[in-house]
Write a protein that binds this ligand. Structure first.
Ligand code: DGL
Length: 268
């Protein structure tokens, strides 16, 4: 039997990872936990995010997860090491895809879009030190952008003006890659494509992270390609109807989402 993959994020952002995982391995049982009661994480202190991440991970394990994906850059930046020390299951985290953005850059100029927590966090600083030598990395904190996505707003004037304001200068200096450092921003690909000049790549870590999870399952002797397609079981810590409404709005906007079965609100 395939182990359940437990995924958590502050809201709908990690569904970009769940979607990639479902695309690669449709039969894989996935349990998704959206911490909407505490959304957004991006402007909270890292210590707070760390404690909360421990509680969410513990719940997913209680609910039978055999592998965890921290589908949130902010929570990974604050808590990944701590979670790995604490829990005895494989844990896959997210980080802004700075390395592939740098590797694919000819102009040697890239931008990273992320929450304030991630742009100021130690993880991004480490990545920039390791892979950003000789490359100009514009770190663009985007307070409020994940909030729009969390409300199901992935197109239109508010989203575009926020992105335009942040990207104008880096685009003028000749960036040729934008690394998405927040899982919510995966839902903004179409808006970004509409704003960025041709030739500027958008680099999203959702699919590589999903591949990493599948790789770990294979290493542990499982075959995630077997079996009938499964629905993603999803739960929010906040209002379940509001979470359902956001998912519907995202679907209506053409977002790539897996089949989802919503469960009642999770009290954590
Ligand atoms: N989806 C989360 C991330 O990847 C952030 C959204 C939030 O601020 O809670 O960083």
């Amino acid at each position: 039997m395939l182990p359940t993959v437990g995924i958590f994020d502050s809201g709908v952002g990690g569904l970009t990872v769940a979607a990639a995982l479902h695309r690669i391995a449709p039969a894989l049982p996935i349990r998704y936990l959206a911490d909407t009661a505490c959304f957004p994480y991006g402007e909270r202190p890292p210590e707070w995010v760390r404690e909360r991440a421990v509680d969410l991970a513990a719940r997913l394990l209680e609910d039978g997860a055999g592998l965890l994906v921290v589908a949130c850059n902010t929570a990974s930046s604050a808590a990944l090491e701590c979670l790995r020390e604490r829990f005895d299951v494989p844990i896959v985290g997210m980080e802004p895809p700075l390395k592939p953005a740098v590797e694919g850059s000819r102009s040697r100029r890239i931008a990273v879009l992320a929450t304030p927590g991630t742009t100021s966090g130690a993880r991004l600083a480490r990545l920039a030190a390791a892979y950003g030598q000789g490359v100009e990395v514009a770190r663009l904190p985007m307070p409020g952008l994940a909030d729009l996505v969390e409300a199901g707003e992935v197109a239109g004037e508010r989203v575009e003006s926020m992105l335009r304001a942040a990207l104008a200068e880096p685009v003028a200096t000749g960036i040729d890659g934008v690394a998405l450092g927040c899982t919510h921003y995966g839902f903004l690909r179409a808006a970004l494509e509409g704003l960025l000049p041709e030739g500027v790549r958008i680099i999203d870590a959702a699919e590589p992270v999903a591949r990493r999870a599948v790789h770990l399952l294979r290493e542990a002797g499982h075959d995630p390609s077997m079996g009938e397609p499964a629905e993603v079981l999803a739960q929010a810590t906040g209002d379940a109807a509001a979470f359902a409404a956001t998912i519907e709005r995202l679907r209506a906007a053409g977002a790539d989402l897996p089949p989802i079965r919503l469960e009642a609100q999770a009290a954590i």
